[in-house]
Design a protein around this ligand. Structure first.
Ligand code: SAM
Length: 341
């Protein structure tokens, strides 16, 4: 039998086709993320067309915007018409709905992929061995949650109504703003470890005119102590950061600590994506490979669904309901109440 090296295919077999498409897909993924941040996707969603290139806006490089447009044309997300205008392409609606995943991956976590071969070396995996753009992670996460998770929260938090909510790993702060919009007398407190996320949340809370009702604290959720702001919190939410509680012993300890830090909490909601066990294949969902690869690169443990249930039980939380989500794929919203003992 000949080795792949001896029987290497003719260049004509791979300069076009699946392998060439893999290469171009990487560029298109980056272009989608860029188009989101530059407002190109929103403009197309709202107005149904945009000029090809920067449209005379000299703050943007015409060459770069044209390159983004051309790449998205390749991806069938847009169509370039007569070298003048850009309109939504056959895949625009789906790509627009999924834009948060692309922004999270490329702008939020992209650097991890370029340094992957370096940080694969165990000796390189100490200290601050990687960097992520936490503002982009927070913005991407907000977009990911908007589709299904936030409406789920609207329904589940309606009764009993919230009086004071704490959002752990609050990111952009949008969840607190939304909950307070639904519960006009309520107050909120957000905690996040990242300076960039707290800054973004502060801007969002200010522009929503809610500074008198929402307090933002920079802190580590894994080391929370009782705090005057926490004393009367009845509802605790934690979305897309629960995996940071892990590995197992640390998770149990953090879940127990939350009972002490929030002595009046009636309900704790944890919503997160769990690790899959099957080999990836044609049915692999958007996000899954990226989410698992990024956390492998960072050295973060991702729990399975069964492991979450084991940790809840050991930490003194009773899981009342579990709601699976389609977006994000492999996501679950756990509703927990403190066990009487
Ligand atoms: C994926 S983002 C999710 C943001 C937000 N919860 C949402 O649903 O859009 C995770 C957030 O958790 C924060 N985070 C991670 N580990 C944390 C920790 N130990 N303590 C506090 N915040 C943490 C990150 O800074 C980031 O803003």
């Amino acid at each position: 039998m000949s080795s792949p090296k001896e029987s290497s295919p003719a260049p004509a077999d791979w300069v076009r086709g699946p392998v060439a498409d893999l290469f171009s897909s990487y560029v298109a993924t980056a272009a989608l993320s860029t188009a989101h941040q530059l407002g190109i996707l929103d403009q197309l969603a709202e107005h149904g067309q945009a000029p090809f290139g920067n449209g005379g806006d000299d703050r943007l490089s015409d060459t770069v915007v044209r390159s983004v447009h051309r790449t998205l044309h390749w991806a069938r997300v847009v169509e370039i018409k007569d070298d003048e205008a850009v309109i939504p392409g056959p895949l625009f609606a789906e790509a627009y709905a999924a834009r948060g995943y692309f922004y999270w991956l490329v702008k939020g976590c992209g650097e991890l992929f370029s340094i992957a071969p370096d940080v694969a070396l165990t000796e390189r995996r100490t200290g601050d061995f990687y960097h992520r753009d936490m503002r982009a992670v927070a913005v991407g996460s907000r977009l990911i949650g908007d589709e299904e998770v936030e409406p789920l929260f609207d329904r589940i938090l309606a009764d009993p109504p919230v009086e004071k909510v704490a959002d752990l790993g609050c990111g952009s702060g949008q969840r607190l703003i939304r909950i307070l919009g639904n519960h006009p007398g309520a107050r909120g407190v957000g905690v996040d470890i990242s300076t960039a996320a707290v800054r973004l949340a502060t801007e969002s809370v200010e522009s929503a005119g809610l500074t008198d009702r929402i307090t933002l604290l920079q802190g580590d959720v894994l080391a929370l102590e009782p705090h005057p702001e926490f004393a009367d919190v009845d509802t605790v939410t934690c979305v897309f950061m629960g995996h940071d509680f892990w590995p197992y012993d640390s998770c149990v300890q953090t879940l127990r600590r939350l009972r002490t830090a929030f002595p009046a909490a009636r309900r704790l909601f944890i919503c997160d994506v769990v690790r899959t066990s099957d080999l990836p294949g044609p049915d692999t969902t958007v996000f899954t490979l990226g989410f698992e690869a990024v956390h492998a690169l960072m050295g973060d443990y991702l729990p399975t669904l069964d492991q979450w249930h084991e940790a809840f039980g050991e930490a003194g939380w009773e899981c009342r309901t579990v709601q699976p989500t389609t977006t994000p794929p492999n996501g679950y919203l756990f509703e927990l109440i403190p066990r009487a003992d």
